[in-house]
Design a protein around this ligand. Structure first.
Ligand code: HC0
Length: 574
């Protein structure tokens, strides 16, 4: 440690800390705007300035290291005045239609303007650049009139995800964020992960809001509107209503959906169980019959798109299974529709996903088992929160209710899908039992848990060493696949999720401000809620799910059957 003074108080802080970190450790949260820990430490916005004794000018605390004996002042008139002027200048080019902005109430710029007492936000107003809204991508839009050029989205795209399809274009007053040659985002190799959206401090980028389509379906007496909620939503939706990170709100979520008027409230965990039946079978088939290995999971559409764009040679390794979202729609519009005597054309399937790429996945080819799209609309967690607000439901006061039958029935294997490593663990629970023919005593494969970007394990099963790996975030996926392609590593089975930490940290999840993202283990806290849910469930292996058993008995015959293939599997494009 080193010794220094902050606002006249003596403190000891780690010697490699920045001034920003030293202040935070001493109980002072300095305001920031462009700073994102580890990926955007560029000192560009100058909101985090402080006075350092002896320094000629104010110092950007996010990228200035501490020194022995340093004296820092965080709230002097000079500091406060500088921050306020910087913010006024930023606001002078900002589209301030805040009243109805999608980020109103959750905007970092808005909070700063209030905290820094900017009462004359139009002080430096003048002529501004005009931008067209980029609506070209399936999942999101960009409105540069609300962009403050902090580069957080650029860092998320290039440094976090290694996709790199956006960056600053032009110079000076004309600077704006966009794709190369100002192509529309939809014309680039964007993977639709939405990590840029959760990194954005303002409303410059957001998912395409499809809530009106769902309101219309709910109001249509000819439609039978079914909703399914992804595993991770129960662990994150509460954040949108001020509940602590990692609170499991499954019961209230179901109650809210029922009050919104959905005819049936079902669980994507059910179809996660179904995915395991098909995927474990595919894995065993490839192992036993010399199929292409490693088998790589295909349930994350951001990852699938990354594979198609950047690793087309590995498309043969992708599982042919549709994702649980798509399997849910497919089985609803076939088996369930037949059973209930409902015309599949009248069924409107809405899924609530932590993911923006799910909006893109809905429209992929070969995702229409009953001749109509498997899923009609994929909403993000944030869009669901907006519907609940618009309906005036007092979320925190709602009672806890249960999912409907039969597609609300799920095991613990389904719920852990939402965390990185969860699909692998769920698949192992079923594959190991099938291979050994014996009941698995300990169902917890802890080696593949946790928020590390890449995880590996070897399991000795039925006389064979099974090498598995798990990666989350496409930068980590890229690193892992390079090891596979170079021959450095040989695996039998790989799980890849497009977002770092898996779906709990998806691009459609409630946006937490940088002050939270930088300092709290968001992924770990959210994932813990899912592992706890798994621990508390009576059934924890997908093949134990009684409704899954019934679906195979009554309809699909067995995993991997011809019928299962035509309904639950798909293909990919190079
Ligand atoms: Fe996921 Fe899914 S677990 S991708 O992470 O596999 O989005 O939560 O719904 O489809 O089940 C997302 C989350 C899902 C799917 C499931 C998978």
């Amino acid at each position: 440690t080193i010794n220094m003074k902050i606002n006249g108080m003596s403190v000891s802080v780690p010697k490699n800390a920045t001034i920003l970190e030293a202040c935070r450790l001493s109980g002072i949260q300095i305001p920031t705007l462009c700073y994102l820990k580890e990926i955007n430490e560029i000192g560009a916005c100058r909101i985090c300035v402080v006075e350092v004794k002896g320094a000629r000018s104010l110092v950007a605390s996010c990228c200035a290291p501490v020194n022995e004996g340093m004296e820092v002042f965080t709230n002097t008139p000079k500091v406060l005045d500088s921050r306020k002027k910087t913010l006024q200048l930023i606001l002078s080019t900002h589209n301030r239609s805040c009243l109805s902005c999608v980020r109103s109430g959750n905007c970092e710029l808005q909070k700063l303007a209030k905290d820094l007492k900017v009462e004359d936000e139009g002080y430096y107003d003048g002529e501004n650049e005009q931008y067209e809204i980029d609506n070209s991508a399936a999942h999101m839009y960009r409105d540069n009139s609300k962009c403050i050029l902090c580069r957080r989205c650029v860092a998320a795209c290039s440094k976090l995800q290694k996709v790199g399809v956006i960056g600053p274009n032009d110079r000076g007053f004309a600077s704006h964020i966009g794709s190369a040659f100002d192509l529309g985002l939809g014309d680039t190799s964007c993977i639709s992960c939405g990590q840029c959206i959760v990194a954005c401090p303002t409303g410059a980028i957001a998912e395409k809001d499809q809530t009106d389509e769902v309101w219309a379906a709910l109001a249509d007496p000819d439609k039978y509107v079914v909703v399914n909620t992804a595993p991770s939503i129960r662990a994150t939706l509460g954040e949108a209503f001020g509940m602590p990170i990692g609170t499991n709100v499954q019961g209230k979520m179901v109650a809210a959906l029922r009050r919104l008027g959905f005819d049936k409230v079902f669980d994507t965990d059910f179809s996660a169980d179904l995915t395991i039946m098909e995927e474990a079978n595919e894995f065993l088939d490839r192992v036993q019959n010399g199929g292409q290995l490693p088998l790589i999971t295909s349930c994350s559409p951001g990852w699938v798109k990354f594979c198609e764009h950047y690793y087309p040679d590995m498309i043969g390794n992708l599982s042919s299974c549709k994702s649980p979202q798509q399997m849910f729609g497919a089985i609803t519009k076939t088996w369930y529709a037949e059973k209930e005597g409902i015309d599949p054309k009248k069924i409107f399937v809405v899924s609530i996903m932590p993911c923006t790429a799910k909006k893109f996945e809905v429209g992929r080819d070969d995702q229409a088992a009953a001749g109509v799209p498997d899923v009609d609309v994929a909403l993000t967690t944030r869009e669901l929160a907006r519907m609940i607000e618009r309906a005036g439901l007092q979320f925190t006061d709602l009672p806890d209710e249960d999912f409907d039958n039969p597609l609300g029935e799920a095991t613990g294997a389904g719920v852990i899908f939402g965390a990185t490593g969860g699909v692998m663990e769920a698949a192992l629970r079923t594959a190991v039992e099938t291979l050994t023919g014996e009941e698995l005593q300990n169902v917890e494969f802890t080696e593949v848990r946790g928020t590390a970007g890449i995880k590996e394990a070897t399991y000795h099963v039925a006389g064979m060493d099974v090498n598995v790996a798990v990666a989350s975030g496409t930068r980590n996926a890229d690193e892992l696949l390079k090891r596979v392609q170079s021959g450095e590593k040989q695996y039998h089975f790989i799980e890849i999720m497009g977002c770092p930490g898996g779906c709990v940290n998806g691009g459609g999840q409630p946006v937490q401000h940088a002050a939270v993202r930088n300092n709290i283990d968001l992924k770990g806290l959210r994932a813990a809620a899912l592992y706890e849910a798994d621990r508390n469930l009576p059934l924890r292996k997908s093949h134990q799910n009684p409704v899954i058993k019934k679906v195979y008995e009554e309809y699909l015959e067995k995993p991997g059957s011809h019928k299962a293939h035509s309904i639950l599997h798909t293909s990919y494009v190079k």
